[in-house]
Design a protein around this ligand. Structure first.
Ligand SMILES: *Cc1c(COP(=O)(O)O)cnc(C)c1O
Length: 382
């Protein structure tokens, strides 16, 4: 990769083909996939409904500007929103958060946003500035001003929420930051403080949303009612798409000319998103929840009990296995690759699992069995 910026440290193979929940590399080796990209391909690599939807659209028209009406945007917005919400379509998670940040400042007339340590919201200036990981910001100052960081799950954050604050942004489970579980009572206190002080609550569901935790959005399981929700990753099952979903009361602040994008809401990504959302039915979500129960039984009984594992966190099929620092997670990931399993990491030496939601219970347990074996072997060799 001589002429590509070295912004990523890459594993030394290319995944060139995919089928169902398996990927094949350029050496012909096949892997069971516990990554879905990074929480993107939740319907795997050969979902017929999504494939057909995209194929049909490719034969019609790929791109039309946002200067014209779009039945497809209307359709996906209907699938995403409730009666009191509107959607803005963009191309990624960072852009969805950027839109949310801009809308929050404009609609409130205030500037300060509270964000959380170990939160991740993206790489553009606004969303990077909202990200609670100093490593990501090294060398890029000056950042966007008026962002205050608080500790996640810390009661002290509640006191920072005053009528002077424009918005609070958070993930209900911090993904990149280590698969850190949000405390339900704390999240509800944040919601209450936002309501009491007229502060906008933005929930970043870029990683947790679209069925990943067993509900359409994870916040539903915490009894929250955000003003703005951001979505991306799994929304297009691999086609680039993001969406900012906001309450209707914000419409007047995002009128013609206030915000926009050339590719946002493009027909190919939307065709994929309709295929995703039409399959995200109550029975599909119930199936994810049922599989998750079996998975969490295994995690609690077989993985959390291992000597080199300190904790297992997450919800549904978003899983963090917290490994003792003595055993670098990237070595574990390489070991699992040799065994034919693809996995991810997150901050603090966390092994992160985001398998396709369509994976069968048997295959989920098969993959977890490989993880158990590799973790056990690693503990013996050091
Ligand atoms: C991945 C991610 C983003 C950034 O999305 P991109 O599509 O990479 O811009 C933002 N927020 C969360 C929670 C994410 O996991």
């Amino acid at each position: 990769m001589e002429h590509v910026f070295p912004t990523y440290s890459r594993f030394p193979f290319d995944l060139v083909d995919g089928h169902d929940v398996y990927l094949t590399d350029n050496n012909g080796k096949t892997y069971l996939d516990f990554t879905s990209g990074i929480g993107v391909c939740s319907f795997g690599y050969s979902n017929e409904i999504i494939q057909q939807s995209v194929e049909q659209q490719i034969k019609k028209v790929w791109h039309i500007s946002n200067l014209y009406e779009s039945e497809l945007q209307d359709k996906v917005a209907d699938q995403l929103c409730n009666d009191d919400q509107l959607a803005f379509f963009c191309n990624s998670g960072t852009e969805a958060n950027e839109a949310a940040f801009k809308l929050a400042r404009k609609s409130s007339g205030k500037s300060t946003v509270i964000a959380f340590n170990n939160g991740f919201h993206g790489r553009t200036y606004g969303s990077m500035s909202l990200t609670g990981n100093p490593d990501i910001k090294v060398g890029f100052a000056p950042l966007v001003p008026d962002i205050v960081f608080a500790d996640y799950n810390d009661e002290a954050a509640i006191d920072l929420i005053t009528p002077d604050i424009a918005a609070v942004i958070l993930e209900v489970i911090q993904g990149e930051g280590g698969v850190n579980d949000g405390n339900k009572a704390w999240l509800q206190n944040i919601q209450k403080a936002c309501n009491d002080n007229g502060v906008i609550l933005i929930i970043d569901e870029v990683q947790t949303g679209i069925g990943r935790t067993g509900t359409k959005f994870a916040f539903e399981q915490f009894g929250l009612d955000p003003d703005i929700i951001t979505s991306a990753k799994a929304l297009g099952n691999g086609t680039p798409i993001g969406a900012m979903i906001g309450k209707k009361k914000f419409a007047e602040f995002f009128g013609p000319g206030t915000h926009g994008t050339t590719f946002g809401g493009n027909k190919i990504s939307l065709a994929a998103a309709t295929g995703v959302l039409q399959q995200l039915t109550p029975s599909f979500l119930a199936d994810v929840q049922n599989k998750s129960k079996v998975v969490w039984n295994y995690l609690n009984n077989e993985i959390k009990t291992l000597d080199n594992v300190s904790d297992t966190t997450g919800l549904g099929l978003m899983i963090g296995i917290h490994i003792d620092n003595k055993y670098p997670v990237n070595d574990i990931i390489s070991g699992l690759q040799s065994e034919g399993l693809l996995t991810l990491s997150a901050k603090y030496n966390t092994l992160r699992l985001l398998p396709p939601l369509v994976m069968s219970e048997d295959k989920l347990i098969e993959g977890l069995g490989k993880i158990k074996a590799v973790l056990q072997k690693t503990a013996e060799t050091v």
